[in-house]
Design a protein around this ligand. Structure first.
Ligand SMILES: [Zn+2]
Length: 84
């Protein structure tokens, strides 16, 4: 039996989280809400193994992890509609 597998990550953006100063690059900007999914590709079938909810700095790409609840609240606040 031949097995083929690999790992992949995909990002999906859900608008902006808020206007923040970044502690890493000191830039102020609208942080992006990003749902980052890690996939295991097994026999060409992607299986989600890990989901992270992140606020991402537009300046340096630094990220802060959020809970799913916090993320959903932030998505609702920016009015892009729907939940994750
Ligand atoms: Zn930054």
């Amino acid at each position: 039996m031949f097995f083929f597998f690999g790992m992949n990550t995909s990002d999906k953006e859900y608008g902006t989280e808020g206007y923040h100063v970044c502690t890493r690059c000191n830039k102020t900007g609208y942080w992006k809400l990003v749902k980052r999914t890690t996939w295991l590709i097994l026999m060409f079938i992607p299986i989600p193994v890990r989901v992270r909810y992140l606020a991402v700095c537009p300046g340096c790409g630094g990220s802060a992890e959020m809970t799913k609840e916090e993320f959903n609240e932030a998505v609702k606040r920016n009015g892009s509609g729907g939940s994750v």
